[in-house]
Design a protein around this ligand. Structure first.
Ligand SMILES: *Cc1c(COP(=O)(O)O)cnc(C)c1O
Length: 371
């Protein structure tokens, strides 16, 4: 017989999940109700309205996919690309690489714009790719690359795609709620986020938004969307259809209670205030790390405040330090990925983990465990 599971209490300062506020955990523990209960239908509408606020959009089709950020990514590609079509994909880290995988698995053809890990997507290279591939249907890029802590110039990239008549698919998993995301302001056609990064919810939901040009593309498809579960035509009849919701799948009821509460907290604080808080905590972290001789390898112009790469000093081992942080302080930070593996730590200041308390704890713990 297994006893019930009581997880250790952690301080989450890795690349996600971030710390979840007790209000959000309490919301998740409320009574499960039917997913077609009128009370649940009301909360779905409320989640949609608050997601529009977070994405800064008036897009009607704005909701949460039942699945992690990766399902939001997949939803964008499977709905917007048909077999044989071309899409320009910018790869400057791990998640750009996954976009390429998605394009290929749709039977579409990725045109890759490569940038070194640790650099932003280069708009000049994108311009060249657009010019060489005027028949491409979409431009896809990651706004905030969690593998490298780099922000790319979303507004400029979207403008270039629009001028060429291409749709934009933008990964805002790590940016949403942490830095400015302007879906309408930038003219983004499709974007996907994640619940467990700067929104500070438990993992498992992916907020998405689709604009009118993206929806027109879905309507005009000649082939069926190859994923039944992620087919927008079906899922929007469930999330859309005001007063007339039809069963598609059983929404994760309690997970949506949590997202609702987290978004309500974001509304109370105000998106601009939350973004300023992330920036202020980042500045404090940089100072605190400098005081113990640690530096950040990413250029300050393109650094993400919510995801900080920190160079591991020469002669210091990566994994034992992270283990000591976890064992002695219950504090989780992330390791490096790809070309940064073993060379950096990744310190997240996402959502509830973007606080002065977190910064001070992390710096003190690092000071204590470093040789
Ligand atoms: C975390 C992350 C994802 C994937 O989200 P999951 O919830 O882990 O599936 C996608 N893109 C970026 C930029 C991320 O940081």
């Amino acid at each position: 017989m297994n006893a019930s599971f009581d997880p250790p209490h952690r301080i989450l300062m890795g690349p996600g999940p971030s710390d979840v506020h007790p209000r959000v955990l309490a919301a998740m523990a409320r009574s499960t109700i039917g997913h077609l209960d009128p009370a649940f239908v009301a909360i779905m509408d409320s989640v949609k309205a608050m997601l529009r606020y977070a994405f800064r959009t008036s897009n009607d089709v704005t909701f949460a996919i039942s699945g992690p950020g990766s399902t939001g990514m997949e939803a964008c590609f499977v709905n917007l690309l048909e077999p044989g079509e071309k899409a320009i994909v910018c790869v400057n880290g791990a998640f750009g690489g996954r976009m390429k995988e998605n394009v290929e698995r749709c039977g579409a053809v990725p045109v890759i714009v490569n940038d070194e890990w640790g650099r932003a997507v280069d708009p000049t290279k994108v311009a060249t790719a657009i010019k060489a591939n005027p028949d491409a249907k979409a431009l896809a890029f990651v706004h905030a690359e969690t593998s490298t802590g780099v922000r790319s110039e979303a507004a400029e990239l979207c403008r270039m795609a629009q001028n060429a008549g291409m749709l934009t698919i933008v990964d805002v998993v790590t940016s949403l709620g942490g830095i400015s995301v302007e879906v309408d302001g930038w003219g983004v056609d499709a974007a996907y986020g994640g619940s467990q990064k700067c929104l500070s919810c438990p993992p498992g939901l992916s907020p998405v938004t689709f604009g009118p040009r993206a929806l027109a593309r879905v309507k005009a498809r000649k082939t069926k969307v190859q994923s039944w579960f992620l087919d927008l035509n079906l899922v929007t009849a469930y999330w859309g259809g005001e007063g007339n919701r039809t069963y598609h799948h059983t929404a994760p009821v309690n997970a949506l209670f949590a997202l609702h509460e987290a978004l309500a907290m974001l509304r109370e604080e105000g998106l601009d205030t939350a973004i300023a808080r992330h920036a202020a905590c980042h500045a404090e972290l940089v100072e605190a790390l400098a005081a113990i001789g640690l530096r950040l390898p990413i250029d300050s112009n393109i650094r993400l405040p919510q995801l900080n790469l920190v160079s591991i000093p020469d002669g210091v081992a990566d994994a034992p330090i992270r283990k000591a942080m976890l064992d002695q302080f219950g504090l989780e930070i992330g390791g490096g990925l790809g070309s940064f593996a073993g060379k950096v730590w990744r310190i997240g200041l996402m959502g509830q983990s973007a606080s002065r308390r977190h910064v001070a704890l992390c710096a003190a713990a690092l000071r204590a465990v470093l040789p």
